[in-house]
Design a binder for this molecule. Sequence first.
Ligand code: SF4
Length: 342
Amino acid sequence: MKGPFIPQLVYFEPTALDYPLGVELKNKFEDLGIEIRYTTSHNQVRNLPGDNDFQKYRIAKSTLVVGIRKTLKFDTSKPSAEYAIPFATGCMGHCHYCYLQTTMGSKPYIRTYVNVEDILDAADQYMAERAPEITRFEASCTSDIVGIDHLTHTLKRAIEHFGQSEYGRLRFVTKFHHVDHLLDAKHNGKTRFRFSVNADYVIKHFEPGTSPLAKRIEAAGKVARAGYPLGFIVAPIYLHTGWQEGYYHMFERLDAELPQDARDDITFEFIQHRFTKPAKRVIEKNYPMTKLELDETARRYKWGKYGIGKYIYQKDEEEEIKEHLYRYMEKFFPKAKLEYFT
Ligand code: SF4
């Protein structure tokens, strides 16, 4: 992806226009000459264009639905935070392995919610319940929120809201580099800005529609200079020919770009590649030419919730991944904190 995301088609729930952000977005899309349609509910967008499922899926991924978030009960979000905060759902990226393909099912279009103050009020209540414990909110459980924030500035509003809170922390992760409007947000160190990074092979073959690694790293440098606590999620860690060098090179590039004074408070999260049987079926349907290796017999089965287990790497492969990545992290970022490996 070169420029920031611009939808090809936009739907509005009529009540979204009762909110200033709804009106602002409508004016913006009209000025851009984008087709606008209406839908009674963001959960039921019907008649998306496209002659077949393959086309419909692609058109949906470039369709934005502007609506109201009615469910203000937040899901939990372990291990990275206490709660998932729902500012948006869906993503314009085309990562072959993305779990949203299974969780969004027949609704791959992108939804943004204009009742941002209601969502932040709900977050305040969750914080109050746990105070004086810190409550962390993850804003990227159901979308890549940075990828659409240049349009809505919802994330910027949230960063400043949590910046003023006593017991709240915000965190999110992105594969996009369009961060400039977030650099002057008054974050007060309470938002951890994370980038998803990977070996070149993984980005090249499995992450179309996202920013190149060099751009993500450059954006991470800007974010660090703006004083945000920084983090990196290496996910999915994927075994491929030359993976040891691939991940080493990724750390070298991070090391070359990041300012020295921004390294005291960096976190890493490591997530090995995994898939479920339902995910495999959806991936093969949406990305029939993918090179992603999804062979159950080569993997180790881990029991999961609702009887849907996932296939992860064999124990010895897992140990090898840990051994290499921990070593690279300690070599290049000795002060970094490893949050988890999963
Ligand atoms: Fe999924 Fe993230 Fe890729 Fe978007 S950028 S498709 S949310 S993995």
